[in-house]
Design a protein around this ligand. Structure first.
Ligand code: NAD
Length: 471
């Protein structure tokens, strides 16, 4: 069975002893060396590709059940991303696995040296609910490509996708080395007690700290993919229609704002704000109609807890009178319409935490340069965006704004560039993956030096005479 964690009645039966047994089994499989071979890695990647190719409709249905995710977003932002990652890894695998020859120094002459990419061993992947298919399988692809055994723990907050992943991985992959454990805090805590060779966690920073603390006990390295408040700075020297469309695509067009790289808030000048708000309103209506709560092109809020959390941000008295667009809610359907708030105070709830939903506050400044101080006064975001045609401003933004990634004149699309690392900095995470960076994230870079028995210099051996020191 590929899935571990349920009995025949569907109850979760995964505790400390099951976690310990699972870790032992996978370690034995890794030690047998089967996961190291090129053929094994290739066959597992091919089978993962089949999961995405043959089960598209089931995946779309699971994402609809978990989030009412529009089919277009499920396909473009999850399924095709997984397919592309698999295809790239299959195409490049031989090349990635090849030891990298490097120069040696005079001190070791004669010698040769290379960097060997060695699998860490057994990887634990803990993933989040908002892109539950992509965020579960993308790290697994990297871990398999690098030759590791893997345990995947999908998010319980997206139960249909979690169940489907457990089923499909059980059917398609080698379950002696790749397993899915379904469950919530109890099951994840049992897994975190075990010794893993690397842990990849996607989610919020509070749990990121729990993961890192558990990893420290075994000195296990971690890849933490966290979030934060990703700002969008908007200059007046822009193509207004293209800019607003791209802001909307990154905010409401990405799981209705429930995406780690979605624009969290906008900073623009006092003069330009009314123009920007009008343009946003106009484009929002052209995309989602006059009754956005009914739109099939917007995901719902994932569950009632997150709905209540967002409602609190909306009801905060510090933002009363600041809502210039939207603000409608339908609690029974867990829907909140695209909402814009203008001139919100810095101490409002909506500016104090990551929003992770369809609310978009706008802060206004006299001069755009003030935005640099506003951004740097908070924790380092996962992404930062600038819309401008001003060359100097663009240069300054790239040089001074510290964020996981930066995009000029668009939002979120850096994720699709597989030659770029994807990851956070500071509170938004540590480590990175995607493309070759995924392979590297799950490989130890082993330094190897080759020597022969010739050219054995006596100078390195005792007795350490003064003459030897001067050589
Ligand atoms: P979540 O609630 O699904 O939690 C993530 C995982 O942590 C789940 O598998 C869950 O079971 C586990 N978990 C929760 N509480 C735990 C505990 N006490 N102990 C051990 N494990 C626990 O997801 P979330 O945290 O709501 O995700 C949203 C956050 O994730 C946002 O901050 C977002 O920005 C960030 N995120 C980051 C990325 C990225 O790639 N950097 C992607 C998606 C989301």
């Amino acid at each position: 069975m590929g899935s571990t964690g349920h009995n025949e009645e569907g109850q979760v039966v995964f505790g400390a002893s099951e976690a310990s047994r699972l870790a032992e089994e996978l370690r034995a499989s890794f030690i047998s060396c089967k996961t190291r071979s090129y053929e094994w890695r290739r066959s597992q990647l091919k089978n993962l590709l089949k999961v995405a190719e043959y089960h598209e409709q089931e995946i779309i249905e699971a994402l609809r059940s978990d989030l009412s995710k529009p089919e277009f977003e499920s396909y473009v932002q999850e399924i095709s991303m997984v397919k592309n990652s698999c295809k790239l890894a299959l195409k490049e695998l031989k090349h990635w696995m090849k030891p990298e020859k490097v120069k040696t120094s005079l001190t070791t002459f004669p010698s040769s040296a290379e960097i060997v990419s060695e699998p860490f061993g057994v990887i634990l992947v803990i993933s989040a609910w908002n892109y539950p298919f992509l965020l579960s399988l993308d790290p697994v692809i990297g871990a398999i490509a690098a030759g590791n055994a893997v345990v995947l723990k999908p998010s319980e907050i997206a139960p249909a996708t979690s169940k489907l992943l457990a089923k499909l991985i059980g059917e398609y992959l080698d379950t002696s080395s790749i397993r899915v454990v379904e469950g919530a805090v109890k099951e994840t805590s049992a897994l975190l007690e075990q010794k893993w060779d690397k842990i990849c966690y996607t989610g919020n920073a509070r749990v990121g700290r729990i993961v890192m603390t558990a990893a420290a006990k075994h000195l296990t390295p971690v890849l933490l993919e966290l979030g934060g408040k990703s700002p969008v700075v908007v200059d007046s020297s822009i193509n207004l229609q293209v800019s607003t469309r791209r802001i909307i695509a990154g905010k409401w067009g990405c799981n209705n704002g429930q995406a780690c790289v979605s624009p969290d808030y906008i900073i623009t000048t006092k003069d330009f704000a009314p123009k920007l708000v009008d343009a946003l309103k106009h484009e929002l209506e052209s995309f989602y109609g006059k009754s956005p709560l009914e739109s099939k092109d917007l995901s719902r809020i994932v569950n009632s807890n997150h709905f209540a959390r967002l409602k609190e941000l909306l009801d905060d008295e510090r933002v009363s009178g600041k809502i210039v667009h939207g603000g409608e809610v339908d609690e029974t359907k867990l829907r909140i319409s695209p909402t814009i708030m203008l001139d919100v105070p810095q101490d409002s709830l909506v500016m104090s935490e990551e929003i992770f939903g369809p609310l978009l506050p706008i802060i206004t400044v006299d001069k755009l340069e003030e935005s640099f101080d506003i951004i740097s006064s908070g924790t380092k975001p996962l992404a930062a965006y600038l819309f401008s045609n001003d060359k100097k401003l663009k240069e300054l933004f790239v040089m001074t704004v510290s964020a996981g990634g930066v995009v000029i004149n668009d939002t979120t699309i850096h994720l699709a560039v597989h030659t770029l690392p994807f990851g956070g900095v500071g509170e938004s995470g540590m480590g990175a993956y995607h493309g070759k960076f995924s392979f590297d994230a799950f490989s130890h870079k082993k330094a190897v030096v080759y020597r022969s028995f010739v050219g054995d210099a006596a100078v390195r051996y005792p007795p350490y005479t003064k003459g030897k020191l001067r050589v």
